[in-house]
Design a protein around this ligand. Sequence first.
Ligand code: CA2
Length: 145
Amino acid sequence: MHILILNGPNLNLLGQREPQIYGTNTLNQMEESIKKVAQPLNVQVDFFQSNSEGAIIDTIHAAKDKGIDGIVLNAGAYTHYSYAILDAIHAVTTPVVEVHLSPIYQREAFRHHSVIAPACIGQISGFGIDSYRLGLLALLNDLEK
Ligand code: CA2
C-alpha cells in the first residue's frame, strides 16, 4: 500500500507557533512518527506540504498516476472554504481521509464547517499529531475492505 500525507497552508509552522492549539511537535516529527507506524505494516508513505491551493489540487489529481492508493489530508483553513479542493477530491477515485490536529468543533464557528467533508471517506479531528496516525489506520482499514 502506498499512502500520501498531504498538508495544507501554515502547517509548515507546526511546533513553532501556537503550541497550546497545535502542540509542540514539528511537521518533521509528525512525519517520523508516521514512518514508524507505516514501516512494520509494509506501507510506503509520501509526504507533501504546500501553502498553495493549486499545488494541493495538482497533488490530488496526480496521486493515482503516482501509484498512491489513498490520501490523508489536512487542508488547513482551506477545509472551511475551498470548493476547488472539494471538487478535486470529487474528481478523483483516490480515497481521502480528512484530518485535523485541533478539535475544530470546539473552536471558532467558522471552523465548525468542513466544505471538503462530503467528498472524504471520513474525518478525524482533535487528537494532535495522533490524528494523522489514526487517519492513516482508518484509510488502510477502508482500503483493505
Ligand atoms: O486543526 C487543524 O489541523 C487545522 O486544519 C489547522 C488549520 C486551521 O485553519 C484549521 O481550522 C484546523 C491551521 C493550520 C495552522 O497551522 C499552524 C501550526 C502551527 C502554528 C501556526 C499555525
